[in-house]
Design a protein around this ligand. Structure first.
Ligand SMILES: NC(=O)c1ccc[n+]([C@@H]2O[C@H](COP(=O)([O-])OP(=O)(O)OC[C@H]3O[C@@H](n4cnc5c(N)ncnc54)[C@H](OP(=O)(O)O)[C@@H]3O)[C@@H](O)[C@H]2O)c1
Length: 255
C-alpha cells in the first residue's frame, strides 16, 4: 500500500521542506496550498508529478478543509500521516500589556494555529482511520509551553500554541486508545516567512529544519503512551531544559 501524508501550510517554510523531503523518500504527498501565487510547490511537480498532489486548503475555513478532504478522498482511500503545520504570527501580537492589544489579530492567530489543527483532524480522520500508521503530527512551538514561558509579550502567538497543545492532549486521550500516535513538535528557529519575508536571522534553513523533523515525526518512539513535545534535537520530557510542553505531564508545577 502506498504511504500517504498530508501537510498543511505547504507553500513555503517548514511545510514546503517537509513535502520535498517526504517526496524524496517515496511518500505520496498531499500538499496543502494556501498561496497559489507562490511558485515552490508547483516547481516540485516537475520531478514528482506522480506522487505530489497539490490542493487548496485554508485551515481557518471549515468549508475549505472539508473540500480538501473530499479532493484527497477522490485520489486515495487512506492517509497514514497528517502533519498539521500551518501557522501564523503577527507583528501586532508582540505588544506588552502596557501597550494596546490587537484582539482581532489574536482571534486570527487562535483560529489558524489552534482551531485550524482541529479542523484538519476532524476532516481527515475518516481517511486516517483506513491508514496504517495513524500518526497525527502537530507543529507547535516552545512559545506554547506554559512551564518554560519567559516572554513578557506575544500573547496572541503563545496563547494560540498553548491552546493547540491542549487540543492535542484532548485528541490524545480520545484517539490514542484507538491506535493513533502523536507528535507535538518544536522545529527550532527556522528561516521561514512568518513575518512576511524570509527571516535570515534564524538558525535553520527550512530544508535543514525538515531534515531534523522528518525522522522525529515518522520514527516510532518508546514513549508513545504520553504526548510529549519533542524539539528538533529530539529532546523531551519533564525536568530538563527541553520540557517544552509540561502542561502535558501530570504535574501541577508549571502554573
Ligand atoms: N519559524 C520558526 O522559527 C518557528 C518556530 C516554532 C514554531 N514554528 C511553527 O512552524 C510552523 C511552520 O511555520 P514556518 O516557520 O514554516 O512559517 P511560514 O514560512 O510562514 O509557513 C507557514 C505556512 O502556512 C501558511 N498559512 C498561513 N495561514 C494559513 C491558513 N489559514 N491555512 C493554511 N495555510 C496557512 C503560510 O502562508 P502565508 O505565508 O501566506 O502566511 C505559510 O505558507 C508554524 O506552525 C509555526 O508556528 C515556526
Amino acid at each position: 500500500m502506498e504511504r500517504t501524508v498530508l501537510v498543511t501550510g505547504a507553500d513555503r517554510g517548514l511545510g514546503f521542506g517537509l513535502c520535498a523531503g517526504l517526496l524524496k523518500q517515496g511518500w505520496h504527498v498531499f500538499a496543502s496550498q494556501y498561496i497559489p501565487e507562490w511558485h515552490e510547490l508547483n516547481g516540485l511537480m516537475n520531478e514528482y508529478s506522480q506522487t505530489l498532489h497539490i490542493l487548496p486548503l485554508d485551515v481557518s475555513s471549515r468549508e475549505s478543509v472539508q473540500a480538501a478532504a473530499e479532493t484527497v478522498k477522490a485520489r486515495t482511500n487512506h492517509l497514514d500521516v497528517l502533519i498539521s503545520n500551518a501557522g501564523v504570527t503577527s507583528e501586532t501580537s508582540i505588544a506588552t500589556i502596557r501597550e494596546p492589544q490587537d484582539y482581532d489579530e489574536m482571534h486570527r492567530l487562535y483560529d489558524v494555529n489552534a482551531l485550524g489543527a482541529l479542523r484538519a483532524v476532524e476532516a481527515f480522520l475518516p481517511l486516517m482511520e483506513r491508514g496504517q500508521a495513524k500518526r497525527l503530527c502537530f507543529v507547535s512551538s516552545e512559545a506554547g509551553s506554559i512551564g518554560n514561558a519567559e516572554r513578557t509579550s506575544w500573547f496572541g502567538y503563545c496563547m494560540s500554541k498553548a491552546a493547540l497543545n491542549m487540543g492535542v492532549k484532548i485528541l490524545f486521550s480520545d484517539l490514542h486508545p484507538a491506535g493513533y500516535t502523536f507528535r507535538v513538535y518544536h522545529p527550532g528557529w527556522v528561516r521561514s516567512y512568518m513575518h512576511g519575508e524570509k527571516n535570515m536571522d534564524a538558525d535553520l534553513e527550512p530544508e535543514e529544519a525538515a531534515a531534523y523533523a522528518i525522522p522525529l515525526l515518522l520514527n516510532d518512539r518508546e514513549d508513545e503512551d504520553r504526548p510529549a513535545m519533542v524539539d528538533y534535537e529530539g529532546t523531551s520530557g519533564p525536568g530538563n531544559y527541553h520540557t517544552l510542553m509540561p502542561s502535558l505531564y501530570p504535574t501541577s508545577t508549571m502554573f
